[in-house]
Write a protein that binds this ligand. Structure first.
Ligand code: SF4
Length: 306
């Protein structure tokens, strides 16, 4: 296979490109997304939400390369045999690239790690994890104007399909390169510079750049609905090349009208417990935490009375 831009051996197919041309194709794609959708400007104070996986290291590296002086933030959910090694990679990467890194853990901030929470809740671990991760990211990003995440095209197409199959168009209205429907001083805007990059492209870029990371998957991932959708989409993509990009291009065209339909001028409430923006009087994270703590207490009381 030969590079479509020169005569060198291609390291990537569809598009067929050699190492040098693939790296510049990828970086230009990210740069174009940032500029076209006005994701980040020089005036922004940006923090990158990182897990230590290939997507977050790629977005961290590129946003730091384009804008300098970005910070990294990681949430340690407390997942045995998984998170410690990705955090180790992230720490090494940040120290090598002189990037300031802050890590907040479920255990310290919420009183228990995800491995304990999952035994106390009937919800799938990803639902609990996602709720608290979003909550901590927003509350700890105070002082920043943007949170950049490593979401790629595959992630977005999976979310779209999940929302479609669950008949939840309002959730799709919050998607896009810039998330959310309302502006509020306590919501830090989230942006996705890798929005138009496929997972395969991000993986190839991170390998060609020698980023650390073992490409391990969270042990809870197999239990999630998203994984079922991911496998189905990958099957389609194998049989019908371009499926994911077609879904994405179609969504991007309809996104402005979906956003308009669900846009509300009404500002959110503020949670009576933690003061974070919330749909109801008490936010989802505080409600969930209360339930988990009560379960822990009931278990302890049952144990004492035996
Ligand atoms: Fe959390 Fe689920 Fe992702 Fe694991 S796969 S880190 S549990 S959201």
């Amino acid at each position: 296979m030969i590079c479509s831009k020169c005569n060198k051996r291609a390291v990537f197919s569809y598009p067929d490109l050699c190492k040098k041309h693939f790296i510049s194709y990828f970086e230009n794609n990210v740069k174009r997304t940032i500029t076209k959708y006005n994701l980040i400007t020089k005036k922004d104070r940006v923090v990158i939400a990182c897990s230590g996986g290939k997507d977050s290291l790629t977005v961290l590296y590129l946003v730091n390369k384009f804008f300098h002086n970005v910070d990294a933030m990681a949430i340690d959910e407390g997942i045995r045999n998984y998170r410690p090694s990705t955090l180790r990679d992230l720490k090494n990467f940040c120290s090598k690239n002189k990037i300031n890194l802050k890590i907040y853990s479920f255990k310290k901030e919420l009183g228990m790690p995800l491995d304990v929470m999952r035994n106390k809740s009937n919800l799938v671990p990803c639902t609990v994890c996602g709720t608290f991760r979003r909550y901590l990211l927003n509350s700890k990003a105070k002082g920043y104007t943007k949170i950049a995440t490593g979401h790629n095209m595959d992630d977005e197409v999976q979310s779209l399909l999940m929302n479609l199959l669950r008949n939840n168009l309002e959730l799709s209205a919050r998607l896009g390169p810039k998330t959310g429907l309302i502006k509020d001083k306590r919501f830090v805007q989230r942006v996705k510079p890798l929005y138009f990059c496929t997972e395969k492209e991000v993986m190839a870029y991170s390998i060609l750049k020698n980023f650390p990371g073992k490409f391990v998957e969270c042990p809870n991932a197999a239990l999630s609905y998203r994984m079922f959708i991911r496998d189905m989409l990958n099957d389609y993509e194998m049989k019908y090349k371009g499926t994911k990009r077609n879904i994405m291009n179609n969504f991007i065209k309809t996104l402005p009208s979906i956003k308009k339909e669900f846009k509300t001028e009404q500002l959110p409430n503020y949670c009576e417990v933690c003061s974070q923006p919330s749909h109801g009087k008490i936010c989802r994270a505080c409600q969930l935490l209360e339930t988990l703590k009560n379960k822990a207490l009931n278990k302890k009381q049952a144990f004492i009375s035996v």
